[in-house]
Design a binder for this molecule. Sequence first.
Ligand code: KIV
Ligand code: ZN
Length: 390
Amino acid sequence: MTNVTDKGRVLIFDTTLRDGEQSPGATMTHDEKLEIAELLDDMGVDIIEAGFPIASEGDFKAVSEIAERSKNSVICGLARANYKDIDRCAEAVRSAARPRIHTFIGTSPLHRAIPNLSMDEMADKIHETVTHARNLVDNVQWSPMDATRTEWDYLCRVIEIAIKAGATTINIPDTVGYTAPAESADLIKRLIETVPGADEVIFATHCHNDLGMATANSLAAVAGGARQIECTINGLGERAGNTALEEVVMALKVRSDIMPWVTGIDTSKIMHISRRVATVSGFNVQFNKAIVGKNAFAHESGIHQDGMLKNKETFEIMRPEDVGLAGTSLPLGKHSGRAALRDKLTTLGFEVGDNQLKDLFVRFKELADRKKEVFDDDIVALMRVGEDAE
Ligand code: KIV
Ligand code: ZN
């Protein structure tokens, strides 16, 4: 596990099994959770937030069993700011080689109004609950929920209290996806510069995607000094979801020229876990989703296909193999050109002369105008019709 002095390393905290599973309808079975946790552990996720142990007996069992089985990752459970939640969480993560308790409370004016606590009363509660958690485990994460809408002075004050009480990671949630990238970087930077003791802990960023800025906000937070990104596979999560793990990890890998921070993720495992999470959560991945969408490495237009056949770098900034895909796909459709048709015919074992290709291309375009996508079987059928006619 990387420590706070390794400034070039960004920790990946995956919360697919907690925040991700909170998406309405994304509930997973016990065995499915164990399977996803094993895949996360295996791909190099630093911290797995395995669930919210007080939420249900099922969540408690899942977190406990994931804690027992995990090989490399820190196993974390979520707890609200009360002793009952924290004790239950500690019990669930106890058997992990490296357990973490993540405790939180809403600190913005809107959230403070719900338990109807004054600023001072909430500050006392934070001190007590973080101290209690730290007496149970060495690794405590504390989050001021809705941090990005919390008053600056109060935010600094409560973070200082949490650090003094023993929190080792301070997470700054953009709970409602309200922040913009420049603010995200600036907030983390100023907190690290201002709060006493900030250089002794890791600052984390936890972004929601309500305005489609979660990935940009997370990367900006890293530029501001955060060294833990909280994210989920496929961006699963409440409302519009959380930061997508595959996006931040691949962005850091592909643009290491301007973002010199590394993760410990084996990116070749991304596609498999993305598909498994889609299947078990029942949340299909949109076709044009960055990195893991069906079309992320597919090129249909003639110009693009021709370019790809000559030099893959013309239209691809990363190799499909780097995310665990066998290769680029050049689906045939009405925008495809002759070069892609010839390439497909060769792959299917047909060698055709220029005249035959010309004739086939006319019939292929007629077919493509009628169908969204022309499949291998359609091409074989076109060839057969052509052969029968000769
Ligand atoms: O979005 C949020 O604020 C959370 C907290 C529990 C960290 O998920
Ligand atoms: Zn969240």
